[in-house]
Each structure stands twice: as C-alpha cells, then as structure tokens.
Design a protein around this ligand. Structure first.
Ligand code: AMP
Length: 391
C-alpha cells in the first residue's frame, strides 16, 4: 500500500511517501515546500515530481493520504477524512489557528488531486478518547463545557507509538498488540499484571502522558497545545486569573495577550535567549541565570506531571523519553530522573550520557522501572495507523 503522509503548515507543505505492508513500512520519497501561498499548486507539483522521478507511474498508484490533524470539534480518533472532518476542524479553528485551517484546506485539495485515494485523518487527541471524566472535565460552568472546553491531550500519535514500543521492549507483547490495535478494537482487558508507562515527549512542543495497558489515562496538555509544560515559545499552564490581570495592568488587548502567550512565552519568555533548548543550554553553561531558570522550570514541570501520573497509575514499569530534547538531551534526562530512586527509577549515568538519538535502555540493570529512550518518527507512526485503518 502506498501511503502519502501530508504535513501541512500555514505556509509549508512537507510529504513522505511510504510503502507499507504487514511487516512495516519504508519511506520511498520525501520532499517539501516553504513559503507556500497556494497549497493546491505545491500539491500538484509534488505529485508531478514523484511521477517525473519515476517513483510512481501515475498519482492513481497512491492508495491513501494521511493527515496528522490536531483538534476537531466533537470528533477524534483515526477517521476517514471527509466533510465531517473538515467541519470538525473548522469548528475549532479559534483554538488551533495555525494548524486547523491548512489541514481543512489540504483535505479538500487532496480530494481533488487524488480522487481515487482514501484520505485518513489521525487526530492528535485520538489517544485520549478513553480518559476518565474525572480527568478531562475542568471545573467550569456547564455552558463552557457545552461548547467543548475540556482536557483533550495532544501528541497522541507520538505517545501511542511509545505505548506500543515500550511494551515490546519490556517483553509485554500482549500489551503491545492491544496498543497497536487500539483504534480498531478500543481498550482491552489485560490478563496478569498491569503495564504502566509515563511517556515524556520533549521537543519544540512537549507533553507528558500517562499510559496504562496501552491506553492513555491523561496528558499534561489540556484544552489546547498551549497548556501543560512550558513550550518553546508558548506559555504552558497558567492561572486563568493572570490573563485579565495582565490585560488591565499592562493595558494590552486580548489579541496582544494571546500573541505574547503564544509567541513570547515558554522557554523563550523565561530565558530571554532563544526558543531552542541547545541555545538555552549553551547560555546556561556560560552562566546566564535566566537561561538556567528556564531549564530548571521546565524540569520542574516535567517532574510535576511525572508525579501526577505516577500516583494515578499506582506505580510505574517504564519511563520513556522521546522527541528532540528527550532523545538528545542527556542533561535534561538526568535532571528529570534525579532523586527518584525511592520510586524505583534508577538512571545509569554512563548509559544516559552515551545515548543520543537512538533507542536504548538507560536505567541500571537492577532498576525496578526501565528508563528508555525511543526515537520519535511521527510520519511513520501516521503511515502505520493509515495502513491499519485501511487493511
Ligand atoms: P523536536 O520538536 O522534536 O524536533 O525537538 C526540537 C528541540 O530538540 C529543540 O529545542 C532542540 O534544541 C532540541 N534538541 C535537538 N538536539 C538536541 C541536543 N543535542 N541536545 C539538547 N536538545 C536538543
């Protein structure tokens, strides 16, 4: 099955073409465009390029297109991308203004460009469909809840992959199979011991997710990807009273408050240096106190959420790090795991220092909790879900 994974930004279009079968998948072509003003033009160009390069004889050979959609109003899961999907994306444009419009437009454009292909949307919220009402309800009036304000959780594709792979690596093939088939069969009872994972997706955008028996129990991200941990330039969790107070005291408009919280906050806002973890680490090493504060605040927030899920899960089997900082940042991993031996979390400093962007167990051999680094590959995760959905 040929699956094209379309990554659509407001001014960008990137794609990877996968050949998928029972045993897995491989990328057979990839490409991308920046500073895009008309997505329809670059989609046509990408399909023409694949033909010209001899990758496909005709666009009709592409069986499916996968979209990593973010947030839908009253819709989640891994679904056939149709008008209902577009309406769901349009319904939450105000919450995900950078992500929803390009995907809604992209689905329409691929319907025209590839009329024979099956289009599949995998919502980033999909992994959290089975969380408990006690978790996902905010304590807000009913009228607010009626318009869809609740915790959703994001980075679902990445965390679901961690659910599968961590179970494989811990010898829990039963749970790995439940996790793989989750969007087809829903959660399944596990015979024997529960399998409990905390997955830390630490990158430009970051979240911590608790996973029991292959299914998410919650995420540090709530109603929008704005929440939870401090993000590269987005605020993370903030007391709701701070926004009206800042607007009145600083004399700024709601739009300006929103801009500052989405563009000038997070690790950038705290460090005043950069939104990139490498620059911030370099500045901290040079003695920049604000840079060090932003690292410390980030680590504190990650540990806060690990603590929350540790209690909710009633213990832990695996603590996983993924994405740019999780895979490469040995210093961040060490700081997150510091003094957690009482909870069975024993980091091996040598294995940790040696692990960079590769899959590895970095806990001591006798650590009750396995600490694992698992590289993220969100495009492959998406291609897999599309393949599972359609086969
Ligand atoms: P992602 O969003 O997963 O691509 O991750 C991007 C983040 O990973 C950026 O903040 C990078 O600074 C960070 N990152 C990438 N490589 C390293 C590294 N070697 N050490 C620390 N952070 C890194």
């Amino acid at each position: 099955m040929l699956v094209l994974v379309a990554n659509l930004g407001s001014t960008s279009f990137k794609y990877r073409l996968f050949r998928m079968d029972e045993s897995g998948g491989e990328v057979i072509a990839k490409g991308g465009y920046e500073r895009v003003t008309d997505h329809a033009v670059v989609i046509e160009d990408a399909l023409a390029t694949l033909q010209r390069d001899g990758i496909i004889a005709s666009p009709d050979e592409i069986d499916a297109v996968g979209f990593k959609t973010v947030l839908g109003k009253d819709l989640s899961g891994c679904v056939i991308a149709d008008q209902k999907t577009i309406d769901a994306l349009d319904g939450f444009t105000a919450v995900a203004p950078a992500h929803n419009p390009p995907y809604a437009a992209g689905i329409r454009q691929f319907e025209k460009a590839l009329p024979k292909a099956r289009l599949v949307a995998l919502f980033e919220t999909a992994f959290y469909q089975w969380t408990s009402p006690a978790y996902y309800n905010y304590a807000i009036p009913q009228s607010w809840r009626d318009i869809g304000i609740r915790r959703y959780g994001f980075h679902g594709a990445s965390h679901k992959f961690i659910a599968e792979r961590s179970a494989d690596l811990c010898g829990r093939e039963d749970v790995a199979e439940i996790a793989r088939r989750l969007y087809l069969d829903g959660p399944q009872a596990v015979s024997g011991k529960p399998f409990r994972v905390i997955s830390c997706h630490l990158g430009g955008s970051s979240s911590v997710t608790g996973i029991r028996d292959g299914v998410a129990i919650g995420s540090s991200m709530g109603f929008s990807p704005q929440s939870g941990l401090p993000q590269n330039n987005r605020v993370g969790d903030l007391d709701s009273a701070a926004i009206p107070f800042a607007m009145r005291t600083l004399g700024i408009s709601l739009d300006e408050a929103e801009r500052q919280l989405t563009k000038e906050s997070g690790l950038l806002g705290l460090s005043g240096v950069s939104n990139d973890a490498r620059d911030i680490e370099a500045a901290a090493v040079q003695g920049n106190a604000a840079a060090q504060l932003s690292i410390d605040a980030n680590v504190h927030s990650i540990r806060h959420w690990i603590g929350a899920f540790l209690v909710d899960l009633g213990g832990l089997d695996a603590l996983v790090f993924t994405a740019g900082i999780g895979e490469n940042g040995a210093g961040s991993r060490a700081a997150v795991c510091k003094n957690l031996e009482a909870f069975g979390i024993h980091l091996d400093p040598v294995k940790n220092a040696a692990c960079r962007a590769t899959e590895a167990v970095i806990s001591t051999d006798d650590s009750p909790v396995k600490i694992i680094v698992i590289p993220a590959n969100e495009e492959l995760v998406l291609a897999r879900e599309v393949y599972r959905k359609l086969s």
